[in-house]
Write a protein that binds this ligand. Structure first.
Ligand SMILES: Nc1ncnc2c1ncn2[C@@H]1O[C@H](COP(=O)(O)OP(=O)(O)OP(=O)(O)O)[C@@H](O)[C@H]1O
Ligand SMILES: [Mg+2]
Length: 228
């Protein structure tokens, strides 16, 4: 179980997270939705220790993560797939996966089974991949760390609908992994997530199961500005 309480953080004097609070039951996927600039990336970066928490608590199981640095947080089994992918441009798919793999149940072959189109590109360099392939590589790299908690920051950004569908199928198949999925693409969010949280100005102001959220078009309109 991940329990985040009264989490605040920001940049310099500028506060972005305002007492953000959420719970993530073990093995569940939660979508974090919200408009541009509300603080979604800051939230997952604060969980990962890339942005220092100012106050509040981040408990994963029995462990307090707030105040630890990113490497220590990674040792507790947290991995992030960053917004914009940031794959190594000059390494091949196979090389990137090889340097990311360690002991655990995730192997390079298992990543290729999850993303067959990545297997077909195993000899290609990062900068020769499409956006979708780069996203798959970034996810594969994170999975090879055998995460207890996987943070995904807008994996669908800039990708064609068919590729987003393929990502959705792959992420939905990761049963039993705790996932926080930051998204502005509602189709992907509801396909993958068990529950939904909406963020406004650095706080979570709405929570529902995905089934409830599907029956609540007013929430999507209010928190995302979309009509469907
Ligand atoms: N490195 C930074 N330094 C200073 N301010 C930042 C930095 N990163 C983000 N901000 C500011 O913090 C606020 C929240 O940004 P954040 O990137 O967390 O939002 P977001 O919800 O992820 O947005 P998007 O949907 O565009 O990805 C914004 O006002 C942004 O300008
Ligand atoms: Mg963002």
């Amino acid at each position: 179980m991940l329990t985040v309480e009264a989490l605040t953080s920001g940049y310099g004097q500028g506060q972005v997270l305002h007492e953000a609070a959420m719970e993530l039951p073990p093995g569940k996927a939660v979508a974090v939705l919200g408009r541009n600039g509300v603080g979604k990336t800051t939230f997952v970066h604060t969980l990962m220790g890339l942005v220092k928490p100012w106050s509040g608590s981040i408990r994963l199981g029995d462990d307090e993560l707030a105040g630890l640095d990113t490497r220590q947080i990674a040792r507790h089994g947290v991995r992030i797939v960053p917004q914009g992918r940031r794959v190594y441009r000059s390494l091949t798919v196979e090389e990137t996966l090889a340097i990311s793999s360690g002991p655990g149940e995730w192997t390079i072959e298992r990543v290729y089974e999850l993303f067959p189109s990545l297997a077909a590109r195993r000899g290609h360099r990062g900068d020769q991949l499409s956006g979708g392939e780069q996203e798959m590589l970034a996810i594969g790299r994170a999975l090879l760390g055998n995460p207890r908690l996987l943070l995904l920051d807008e994996p669908s950004e800039g990708l064609a609908p068919l590729v987003v569908e393929e990502l959705g199928r792959a992420l939905s198949s990761l049963e039993g992994m705790s996932i926080i999925l930051v998204e502005q693409n509602l189709h992907l969010a509801v396909a993958v997530a068990d529950e939904v949280r909406c963020m406004v100005k650095g706080s979570f102001v709405y929570q529902a199961t995905t089934a409830e959220f599907r029956r609540d078009p007013a929430a999507a309109k209010e928190y995302l500005g979309v009509g469907s």
